[in-house]
Design a protein around this ligand. Structure first.
Ligand code: ZN
Length: 96
């Protein structure tokens, strides 16, 4: 599954970006291996779209689609977000 929307920021290295993408690939593969219904979908906490259940990530009750989770991991690495709830809700980044 290609991740087209992941964008690099100045603070995330190519290696980190690749590690995130690899992790997201593995999550999707594991979901498939566990027999998650390929047709199952859920409402992503971040983009609010119906997205495939496979490859989604639950951050302490905040479930994001694979693409949003990828962007969240980038944001977390670059200091743009601390928690999934914060990222999904676009709350200020003053939490520490
Ligand atoms: Zn999403």
């Amino acid at each position: 599954m290609a991740i087209d929307h992941a964008r690099r920021t100045g603070k995330v290295t190519d290696e980190q970006m690749e590690a995130i993408r690899e992790t997201m690939r593995i999550i999707a593969e594991e979901d498939e291996a566990r027999g998650v219904d390929p047709a199952a979908s859920f409402d992503c906490a971040r983009c609010r779209q119906a997205r495939p259940r496979i490859g989604s990530v639950d951050y302490e009750g905040v479930r994001m689609c694979n693409d949003c989770a990828t962007r969240f991991e980038v944001a977390r690495l670059s200091g743009g977000a601390k928690t999934g709830a914060q990222y999904a809700g676009r709350a200020p980044t003053s939490l520490s």
